[in-house]
Structure formats: structure tokens, C-alpha cells
Design a binder for this molecule. Structure first.
Ligand code: EPZ
Length: 423
């Protein structure tokens, strides 16, 4: 197993390019299942565990892929199975993204129910509601979702999501593009990852109106084609790297990211006392190291993203006062807090709100990763802690960050990956 060994106290400064977005790659790769016409060439796909898991799932279904230099080629003309097995789905809940495309193309999908995850239940009722609206008959048996489209075709519908869901919006889009007739989606997620998915589906020949808004209209078509596509950069990785400079009093330029996609986060960095300058595709942040307490509430886009909540809590341990951090998307996404407190932070949890009392000098020790963004927050804390911090079980981090220790080392961090054995 791997750990990251960090000796704190070094300023994070310099220039780095973000990797491709994990959370837009996954629905894009799932969408390749919608057609067997040709080979997809997908650029700027990050080399991550979650991507490997997803391509394993595609292989299981019969697709063929090659991956080199962050370019993924996918051919799905020989897809023969519609079964997504438990062994793969339990490794990554985003496997649920194959439900819509398999149902749309083959009229049948059999997907293992995804597990929960470290920060609470992750229901899929909205995914199933959307598929049923489009005409699917769904049964849940022996831990599987079995979805069948009568006479093999879905039909257009009006889907009105009671709450904003990135995944359910993605599945609804991928199912609707081959349905007979028009589908409208109200209260659709408008996250940049959904915008990118819409652009990809349109590049495949789909007809989608309202991209970037919460009201989408899809005109189903007979068939789609493979295409070449450049994925967007990862806005959450970019935000995490900016936080590394903010917490260590450094200066960083992150290239590739579109500032608009991180607007709510950049605003909060300014409130916290950092200076932020942007160009069309880069962000430069400068921090004096003195940070002001800054409250955040994680909500659907364009509000502050829940995927930056853990990183923000780590940052606020160094702010001069108390910060209120509320997560309205995942009320229990606070597993990082006990580990941050073991480093010497003073953070209270009250229901879905954390009160971070700063500034607190952190002292390095061994800390345990519990999920992807929690492990990122522990790395940030380690960068500023006195002494040595060992972040264990970094397989969590490897799910969503491509060579993060290489990037941080190039920016001045004293950080190394080492293997270790657990008792
Ligand atoms: C996506 O998860 C992201 N994952 C998550 O990022 C991100 O935190 C989340 O969106 C919110 O932005 C990927 O894109 C692979 P949701 P998703 O459906 O689609 C509730 C990371 O760190 N809900 O938008 O699963 C749900 O419980 C990961 O990269 C239902 O009630 O999230 C939550 O409260 C973690 N029923 C809210 O909606 C459903 O059927 C938003 O969840 C689906 C969701």
C-alpha cells in the first residue's frame, strides 16, 4: 500500500497544468456505448484508478480500448453484454453511468446496485425515475437493477428532477439522445461536467438545447457516431492546487482551467485574503499566508462545490478566526475532520456544518485517508504542519488526482510516495 510522506513548512510556488477532468471523463466514456459506428479518440483523459476501473467495465461489456499519453481510444462495435457486475460497480459508483447508454442502445441493462461510500448513502432513485419516465421497466432483484425498454426503444418524456443531481442528469441525457421523440429535463444539473457531456453528445450527432442551463431539451435521433474530443481540465484538482499555495503562503499559476468553472471558489479565496488573477485558461493565486476566516455553503453549481469542501476546511484551520462550513449536498461528508483534529486542528461538527476555529499550528503525524477529497485535505494540512505528516491509504487520492505528489514536488513541496504494510 502507498503513503505520502510530507515535511511541512515549504511554500508552494510556481506554474503547473491541471490534468483532464475525472468527473467529465466518466460520463463521456460511458457515452461511447451509445454507438458502434467507428472509434472514439478522447484526449486529456486523466490516468486515474477510476478511469482504469471504468475501462475495465467497458472491456467486460465487450468494448475495446487503448490508452496512451492521456488519449483514450474506444471502439464499441463488439459490445455483447449489458451486464455491469457487482465486482466492478462496487469499486466505483459512477459505473451507474452505463445504465442510460446500454438501455438506449440495446433496450436492456443489468447493473449492480452501487454501494454507498465513505460519506453516507448515495441513492440512485433519481436515475431510476428518469429511466422509467423514458419508458423503461425497472425491477430490482438480487442486488441488480434490471431495466428493459419495451420493444427495445425508449420514448421522449418530461423529466423534472426534485433535486439537482449530476449523475442522474448525465444518465437521463445519455438515454434521451436515442429515445423516440423529444425529452425535456427540468432542474437539470448545470455543472461544467454536464456541459462537457452535452458538448460531447452533440459532437456525436445528438440534438441538445439549453446546454449550461437547468432546462434541457433533447431531440432523440436514430443513431450517433464516434468522434474525436478534447476533455476539459479538472476544476477540482485546480482548486486543490490553488489551496496548496493559499495554505503555505505561496504563489501559483494553474494552467488549463477555465476560471468561470471555479468562480465561486476564486471569490472565496479573495475573501480569505488571497489575490487572484485570471486569464481565459489560467488562474494565478498569491497568498501572504495570513488567512481570513471565510464561511462557505456547498450547493449545486454555480455555488461552492462540495468537492472542494474538505480542502476548504483544511485551509480554514490556518485562518484567524472561526469559519462556518456547511455542506448541503452531502450532510455527512466530514470524515476528514477527526484526522485534521489529530494534526492539531480545532474543528467542531454540528449536523451538516463544521466550525473551524483558527489559526491552529498543526503538528505532523500519521493520518488516514477515508475518501478522495478527505485525503486531499490531509495533504494540504501536511504541507503546512510542523514536522512530518504521513497520509496513509493514498489509493483514495489516486482515484481522482493524477500524480499529485509529482505536481506538488515541482512546486516546492517536500513530499514523497512510499510503500508500507498495514498491521
Ligand atoms: C457527482 O456525484 C460527482 N461524481 C461527485 O464527485 C460530486 O460530489 C457530486 O456529483 C456532487 O457535485 C462524479 O461526477 C463521478 P449527485 P453524483 O447525484 O452524481 C442526491 C468526487 O469527489 N441524489 O449530484 O453521485 C445525493 O445523495 C465525487 O469527485 C439522490 O437523492 O452526485 C446528493 O445529496 C464525490 N438521488 C445529491 O443528490 C439520486 O438518484 C447530489 O448528488 C442521486 C443523487
Amino acid at each position: 500500500m502507498d503513503k505520502l510522506v510530507i515535511r511541512g513548512g515549504r511554500r508552494i510556488s510556481g506554474s503547473v497544468t491541471a490534468s483532464g477532468s475525472k468527473n467529465s471523463s466518466l460520463p463521456i466514456i460511458a457515452s461511447t456505448l451509445l454507438t458502434g459506428n467507428g472509434t472514439f479518440t478522447l484526449h486529456r483523459i486523466p490516468d486515474l484508478k477510476d478511469i482504469k476501473t471504468f475501462t475495465q467495465l467497458l472491456h467486460h461489456l465487450g468494448a475495446e480500448t487503448t490508452f496512451a499519453d492521456n488519449t483514450l481510444k474506444v471502439t464499441t462495435d463488439k459490445v455483447t453484454s449489458i451486464l455491469a457486475p457487482y465486482e466492478l460497480v462496487k469499486k466505483m459508483r459512477a459505473s451507474i453511468y452505463v445504465l442510460g447508454p446500454l438501455l438506449a442502445r440495446f433496450g436492456h441493462a443489468r447493473v449492480s446496485l452501487p454501494g454507498g461510500c465513505a460519506f453516507g448513502p448515495r441513492p440512485i432513485d433519481l436515475h431510476l425515475m428518469a429511466m422509467e419516465k423514458l419508458g423503461a421497466q425497472i425491477t430490482i432483484e438480487t442486488g441488480f437493477i434490471d431495466a428493459v425498454a419495451p420493444n427495445g426503444k425508449l420514448h421522449g418524456a418530461h423529466i423534472d428532477f426534485p433535486i439537482s443531481s449530476v449523475g442522474a442528469t448525465g444518465n437521463a441525457l445519455m438515454a434521451a439522445v436515442l429515445a423516440e421523440g423529444t425529452t425535456t429535463i427540468s432542474n437539470a444539473a448545470a455543472e461544467p461536467e454536464i456541459v462537457t457531456l452535452c458538448k460531447f453528445l452533440i459532437a456525436m450527432g445528438a440534438s441538445i438545447k439549453g446546454t449550461g442551463t437547468t432546462e434541457l431539451e433533447i431531440e432523440g435521433c436514430q443513431s450517433l457516431n464516434a468522434t474525436e474530443f478534447h476533455n476539459v481540465f479538472d476544476r477540482i484538482e485546480a482548486g486543490t492546487l490553488l489551496a496548496a499555495a493559499a495554505i503555505t503562503g505561496g504563489e501559483i499559476t494553474v494552467n488549463g482551467v477555465e476560471p468561470e468553472q471555479l468562480k465561486s471558489v476564486l471569490k472565496k479565496f479573495v475573501h480569505a485574503g488571497c489575490s487572484v488573477e485570471t486569464t481565459k485558461n489560467s488562474v494565478t493565486l498569491k497568498s501572504s499566508g495570513k488567512l481570513l476566516p471565510t464561511n462557505i455553503t456547498a450547493k449545486p453549481y454555480p455555488a461552492f462545490p462540495t468537492d472542494m469542501q474538505a480542502q476548504w476546511i483544511a485551509l480554514m484551520t490556518q485562518a484567524e478566526g472561526t469559519s462556518h462550513i456547511t455542506d448541503k449536498i452531502y450532510h455527512e461528508r466530514f470524515n476528514h475532520i477527526p484526522e485534521l483534529n489529530r494534526l492539531g486542528a480545532n474543528i467542531e461538527i454540528r449536523k451538516n456544518q463544521a466550525l473551524v476555529h483558527g489559526p491552529k499550528t498543526l503538528s505532523g503525524t500519521k493520518v488516514m485517508s477515508t475518501d478522495l477529497r478527505a485525503s486531499a485535505s490531509l495533504v494540504l494540512a501536511g504541507l503546512v504542519a510542523d514536522g512530518t505528516t504521513e497520509v496513509l491509504r493514498v489509493y483514495h487520492l489516486d482515484r481522482g488526482y493524477e500524480k499529485i505528489e509529482v505536481k506538488l514536488k515541482s512546486l516546492g513541496a517536500d513530499i514523497n510516495r512510499e510503500t508500507y504494510k498495514e498491521f
